[in-house]
Design a protein around this ligand. Structure first.
Ligand code: AMP
Ligand code: GLY
Length: 426
């Protein structure tokens, strides 16, 4: 152990608690900090009073403390250039620079790269004028999809069932600025039908390590009903992500994406997270994210046997080729426990009761904080009850076993996580 085996994790969600927990399993790790973290991360490391988007504060702190590795969790600081800033100060950083993060931060940049690399994706047009967008929309059949170009916290996508609905969405995004500047450019694209799959790859800009396919549950209600959320639960490996499919995704999607980034002079070190639609014509890219998914991370990390210090460190160093990465057999599932009123208007401040730790499971914190009455609800997605085991069914039993030990006023969660793979729970 050297004093350089220290890690700063930027962010405060379930993803960051899971990252911290995974680092903490490694006896070589001397210290973990979080900027800013939550009540759960405070149990595995030290929370710093620095917001994830406080670039100045994080840079000043990092120059002083010189962490051995920085992992940037969320998209906003990556899109704002935090990784570039910290690299310019000589730090080892896992996460793409501002140029690479455009893959998530600008849907039109992403689409342009996909099309130029002949990567399967929905046919789309990108527009800066309402009239042109409406004209293109009318040339496509319905349903069709209207997307704000920039970051809109997962809310900037409208599946329009009619041309009138599409026109309304276009006007709301472009003229009424429902998502601010994120909607000054819109994409209109054809609707893709199928099942969704999240495929994460860790990359050093040249080599890729593909992780098991995961399935998220984006809608708030059981049976995929109600409004979209950040994600209400996930499991991995998803049976749809067969070795053959992942091989095809690597060859036809991930490798050409990395090549497209390199052709544009972008040295991308971090996670390439492809949101795929498995259509009858094969997998197509719905979107790219430039970071680990939340809650996908909570189910991927228990499956990765290789220490994160080695995996993410090698990617940060541009040196993944020598690393052989071990993935455990078995499966993991996470169930998000959300605040009442989430996603529209979450009610916060309730105190949280939880039980003792159970084997092969972990209660990852997301929107929590230490308050005067113990741990309190401090965000829409509050906790991610995660279990793992030899198969998906035992992972589900453990995840829901943990859920049964937690309560807070108005707690809501889905009882059907994993239903596509397992059927609904009786
Ligand atoms: P995105 O942020 O682009 O991934 O979109 C958010 C969600 O909208 C996706 O996870 C899909 O459920 C849905 N979506 C996006 N694009 C399409 C599309 N072209 N066809 C069908 N559904 C889509
Ligand atoms: N789970 C979806 C996301 O992280 O974007």
């Amino acid at each position: 152990m050297t004093e350089k085996n220290t890690v700063l994790i930027v962010g405060n969600g379930g993803r960051e608690h899971a990252l911290g927990w995974s680092f903490a399993q490694d006896p070589r790790i001397a210290k973990i900090w979080f900027a800013p973290g939550n009540a759960g991360t405070a149990q595995v490391g030290q929370n710093l009073p620095l917001a994830a988007t406080d670039e100045e504060g994080i840079a000043r702190w990092a120059v002083r403390e010189k962490p051995g590795l920085v992992v940037v969790g969320p998209e906003a600081p990556l899109c704002a250039g935090l990784a570039d800033r910290l690299r310019s100060l000589g730090l080892r950083v896992f996460g793409p620079g501002k140029d690479g993060a455009r893959l998530e931060g600008s849907k039109s940049f992403c689409k342009e790269l996909l099309v130029s690399q002949k990567i399967p994706t929905a046919r789309a047009g990108s527009f800066r004028s309402v009239d042109e967008a409406v004209r293109f929309s009318e040339s496509l059949t319905c349903p069709q999809v209207v997307k704000a170009d920039g970051l809109a916290a997962g809310k900037g996508v409208v599946i329009a069932g009619s041309h009138a609905e599409a026109a309304t969405a276009i006007r709301q995004m472009m003229a009424e600025k429902a998502f601010g500047e994120a909607g000054s450019t819109v994409l209109i694209e054809e609707f893709l039908d199928g099942e969704e799959l999240s495929v994460h790859a860790v990359t050093d800009g040249k080599n890729l390590v593909i992780l098991p396919g995961a399935q998220d549950h984006k809608r708030v209600g059981e049976g995929d009903t109600g409004p979209n959320t950040g994600g209400m639960g996930a499991y991995a490996p998803a049976p749809k992500g067969t070795p053959e499919l992942l091989q095809r995704v690597t060859e036809k999607i991930l490798v050409p994406t990395l090549q497209g980034l390199r052709d544009r002079g972008i040295d991308y070190r971090g996670v390439l997270y492809a949101g795929l639609m498995l259509t009858k014509d094969g997998p197509k890219v719905l979107e790219y994210n430039c970071r680990f998914g939340d809650p996908e991370t909570q189910v991927l990390l228990p499956l990765i046997e290789t220490p994160l210090w080695d995996l993410l460190g090698a990617a940060a160093d541009g040196n993944l080729s020598g690393l052989s990465v071990k993935i455990r057999s078995g499966a993991a599932m996470t169930v998000v426990l959300a605040a009442p009123g989430y996603p529209a208007q979450p009610i916060l401040g309730q105190s949280i009761q939880s039980g003792p730790d159970l084997p092969d499971s972990r209660l990852f914190h997301a929107g929590t904080k230490a308050g005067s009455r113990g741990v309190e609800v401090a965000g829409g997605r509050v906790l991610a009850a995660t279990g793992w085991g030899k198969d998906l069914k035992s992972a589900r039993d453990r995840a829901y076993g943990l859920v049964a030990q937690v309560s807070f006023d108005g707690m809501q969660f889905r009882r059907d996580i994993g239903y596509r793979a397992l059927g609904t729970q009786s």
